[in-house]
Design a protein around this ligand. Sequence first.
Ligand SMILES: [Cu+2]
Length: 169
Amino acid sequence: MKRTIKLWCMVSLLMLAILVGCSPKEAAVSPPDEIMPPAPAEPIVVPDESQTPPELTETTAPTQPENIVVEITASGFTPRSVTVPAGSSVTFVNTDRAPHWPASGPHPIHTGYPGSTIRKCNTGEESAIFDACESLLKDDRYTFTFTEKGSWKYHDHLDPSLTGTVVVE
Ligand SMILES: [Cu+2]
């Protein structure tokens, strides 16, 4: 009898030891779950700040009016196409020995740019139209300020095969 009691005691002590030994382990498993909540706080990282400054510089730069020079050579307008923000001026300089006459398309009426028509040449409205209204001799220049947005084709009224484009954004 004494042996069986001793055995029972040993077994129950072992069971207790296992139970006691196990429960702390279960408790130790739960803490990792509690560490999860801090994770959602990560989205607060500030990557947006690095993206907004470039946008600001991009939006402010193109709105500044520019002064572009287009050269007129024997082979035509150089560069043939320019892109400028509204309010910019384009100066056509004739570097060729032959005369040239930059004017809005289409030839020969020059009505492409808003308000323009060759009929306004030699009138009080001449300065408001995209038309030199005269032949430019060597080193002569003609400047026009573009306020209307769009893609404006022009040509040399003395040689309509020479063409160019002013894109106003
Ligand atoms: Cu013309």
